[in-house]
Ligand binder design. Structure first.
Ligand code: PLP
Length: 437
């Protein structure tokens, strides 16, 4: 058999029978083409030209650092400085994270109902990578996952890029965004590999009660569905003691709880997250754990300096920092809710956690607009206030407001939204009768 070494031994002429490209064919991969961020797709398609006489107020980005009014705690910064100065965190860490840092996270979250060891923790680049790993270790192309509607758009972005189908289950606005359990169960089929539960919720700001979480677990257990519990807003709830983690209530359903530093410690740019593996009945078992390790080896773990800072961050951040953040968010959410409750055509839903508020638009009373996208676009043009249309969360005729902005800005924004609605609202027959009386 002839062995050809084209171009190796000075012979540069191409081997005749070897099939190779004669022209450049450099194209984005299928995966790249199938990766779509719905928020970007919607926002980039909007004509966002603010009113020239009004300063822009953006209530759209879920980044608590943008206005500078919610700095992280000094202890968090000090922990980072100490990690750098120690010179101990400049090399490669194990791809799942330093054992010591995983132990620190395990200690922080471990409780008698849901005990954790260092081996149950995988450190990731933000909660986003935790979600990416959980989906990709549990699902194959052609499988489907159950995702809340309205819900955080990343689940769909990731799933579709892996060739995984997304099935939505409804949340009920009239029940403080609880899960429609019947609808949830009706979506399950034999290719359903994962149920995603977001609690507290982005975009709803809702927090499920213990009883409701137990009902979700019953559905998951009956259908043998593992759960990805997206708890990146864990403990960002009011009252403070009302947040049970899903895993603390589960006796049999295996759960990957995904979380991170981004929101509670107000440092989303540091890109530190983790998966907590709760598997008391050994259903994930060693195979899934090894699968996670293999997937982590693609990237070799998150930033080592932040890993090194975790101990100081968890141990030294004063309780007052967490309390102040929650107090600020709660107060701002109440201001926004109270202001917008009396605006004609709007129906805000009071949140109890995270940092968002969803507002329903009685779109029939606004004939100038065809959709929430239209409505929010014109709100920018006329009032320089930008809110995210909830079509971005698969939930038309709502919009989402981020409540981490400074209080004065929140009040100003609400005033402008009122002016906008008063201008465009058209009362229905019943309203007219009320006015006539
Ligand atoms: C529900 C939810 N999960 C996950 C994330 C991603 O978090 P991270 O910035 O740590 O990747 C976000 C960010 O906004 C979120 O709202």
């Amino acid at each position: 058999m002839a062995i050809h070494h084209a171009g190796v031994s000075g012979n540069s002429s191409p081997v005749k029978d070897k099939r190779c490209r004669k022209t450049w064919q450099v194209k984005p991969s299928l995966m790249a083409n199938n990766t779509l961020n719905p928020i970007r797709a919607i926002v980039d398609g909007m004509k966002l030209s603010p009113h020239p006489d009004k300063a822009m107020i953006s209530l759209s980005i879920g980044d608590p650092t943008v206005f500078g009014n919610l700095p992280t705690d000094d202890a968090v910064l000090q922990a980072m400085k100490d990690a750098i100065n120690s010179h101990q965190y400049n090399g490669y860490a194990p791809s799942v994270g330093y054992l010591k840092s995983r132990q620190v996270v395990a200690n922080y979250y471990s409780c008698s109902e849901a005990p954790l060891e260092a081996e149950d923790v995988i450190l990731t680049s933000g909660c986003s990578q935790a979600i990416d790993l959980a989906i990709s270790v549990l699902c194959n192309p052609g499988d489907n996952i159950l995702v809340p509607r309205p819900g955080f758009s990343l689940y769909k972005t990731l799933a579709l890029s892996f060739g995984i189908e997304v099935k939505f289950y409804n949340l009920l606005p009239e029940k403080s965004w609880e899960v429609d359990l019947q609808h949830l169960e009706s979506q399950v089929d034999d290719r359903t590999s994962l149920l995603i539960v977001t609690n507290p919720s982005n975009p709803c700001g809702s927090v499920f009660t213990k009883e409701h979480l137990q009902k979700i677990l019953t559905v998951a257990s009956r259908n043998c569905l593992p759960i990805l519990a997206d708890e990146v807003y864990s403990n960002m709830v009011s009252p403070l003691d009302s947040f049970p983690s899903l895993a603390s209530l589960s006796s049999d359903v295996p759960i990957m709880s995904c979380c991170g530093l981004a929101k509670r410690w107000l440092v989303p740019g540091w890109r530190m997250g983790w998966i907590l593996i709760h598997d008391r009945n050994n259903i994930f078992g060693s195979e899934i754990r090894q699968g996670l390790v293999k997937l982590c080896q693609r990237i070799l773990g998150p930033c080592t300096i932040v890993q090194g800072a975790l101990e100081g961050i968890f141990n030294n951040t004063p309780q007052g920092f967490y309390d102040d953040t929650i107090h600020f968010i709660k107060s701002n959410a109440e201001i926004c809710f109270n202001e917008l409750s009396t605006v004609p055509g709007l129906k805000p839903i009071l949140p109890s956690g995270a940092m968002y508020l969803m507002i329903g638009i009685d779109i029939e009373r606004f004939p100038d607009f065809q959709s929430d996208v239209d409505f929010t676009e014109r709100l920018v043009t006329e009032q320089s206030v930008f809110c995210l249309p909830a079509t971005a969360f698969e939930y038309p005729n709502f919009f989402r407001i981020v409540v981490t902005v400074p209080e004065q800005m929140m009040l100003e924004a609400c005033g402008r939204i009122r002016e906008f609605c008063q201008r465009h609202y058209r009362p229905g027959r019943r309203d007219k009768n009320d006015l006539d009386q």
